[in-house]
Design a protein around this ligand. Structure first.
Ligand code: BV8
Ligand code: ZN
Length: 255
């Protein structure tokens, strides 16, 4: 098995050496080794909740107290964790490619920025931010516990997490930038995502230039524990914990 992983890492490094522009799509798996639970655990529950009960606008309308309980618990968890070597490896790669390196994350835990990544597109929002249901004010509130039903200091309306729930559109400008980065990418790294949530998962066919949208199809390299929905679109599959495989990739790149 080890030599299969070595071969995949060699191939991945070879593709990256000649890459001018790189995009990355990360999901919960890149934060797993930091102690942040992933979404699709075996029981289909998410921290003991059904997604419909805590991550949709209807859930918030129906029971904002439960939704805030869920998000305050995740904010508290993220306050106790730190980036793992996988996050740091991606920050190192950005140092090498500069503004030709765009990191698109579905994660809301802020760990990429904490590891030093700068060009980060949070397509599903962030646990650090709240949005006002009255005046739309968006504020970074750190990870301090927010009360059971936090209200807006400006207009006293109920605050909500600045998170994209299911059935909600992604922030237009962030999505446009992510799709452009994938379109321009010579190589897309797909790290720690089951690639089942849309439109984020569309970045993979966009990077490949499906439908002849690109003169040269981009190469896709998957970093995961196991093959996923994205695997058939991947040129290379690097299977192992990303906290170990990404640093080994950086070693091969001399970073
Ligand atoms: C939209 C914020 C339309 C919440 C999230 C049917 C009904 C309703 C909707 C739909 C439907 N069919 C399709 C849809 C659309 C829906 C969707 O895609 N649903 C899926 C589930 C079928 N999408 C939406 O609703 C989107 N909005 O479509 O709006 C619209 C358009 C215009 C105008 C109005 C409306 C919104 C999607 C965003 C939802 N919000 N997050 C929160 O986080 O609190 S999504 C949620 O899932 C997280 O963001 C998470 O990142 C994301 C994806 O999950 P993953 O990150 O991939 O995590 P997962 O656990 O699944 O996988 C972990 C992977 O890591 C695994 O592969 C594992 O093997 C690997 N791994 C584990 N450990 C490691 C590892 N890999 C490496 N190393 C390790 N150590
Ligand atoms: Zn307000």
């Amino acid at each position: 098995m080890a030599d299969e992983l070595d071969t995949a890492l060699d191939r991945a490094a070879e593709l990256l050496r000649s890459a001018r522009s790189i995009a990355v799509l990360t999901g919960a798996g890149v934060s797993a080794e930091s102690g942040v639970p992933t979404f699709r655990a075996s029981d289909g529950l998410w921290e003991g909740h059904r997604i419909e009960d805590v991550a949709t606008p209807f859930a918030f309308q129906r029971n904002p107290r439960l939704v805030w309980q869920f998000y305050n618990a995740r904010r508290a968890n993220v306050g106790t964790v730190k980036p793992n070597p996988g996050h740091h490896a991606l920050a190192k790669m950005e140092g090498r490619w500069g503004e030709n390196f765009t990191l698109v994350t579905q994660n809301v835990d802020g760990l990429h920025r904490a590891a030093g990544s700068r060009n980060v597109l949070e397509v599903h929002g962030s646990l650090y931010r709240t949005r006002c249901t009255g005046c739309d004010e968006i504020a970074d509130r750190g990870l301090e516990p927010l009360g059971e039903l936090p209200t807006c200091p400006a207009c006293s309306a109920l605050l909500r997490p600045d998170i994209v729930w299911f059935h909600e559109p992604l922030p237009e400008d962030v999505w446009e930038a992510a799709a452009l980065a994938a379109h321009r990418a010579d190589v897309l790294l797909v790290v720690g995502t089951s690639a089942v949530v849309y439109p984020a998962a569309n970045l993979i066919p966009i990077a490949r230039g499906v439908g002849g949208a690109k003169p040269e199809p981009g190469k896709v390299i998957e970093f995961n524990l196991t093959p996923t929905e994205a695997s058939e679109l991947a040129d290379v599959g690097v299977y192992g914990p990303s906290g170990q495989t990404l640093p080994r990739l950086c070693e091969r790149l001399g970073l």
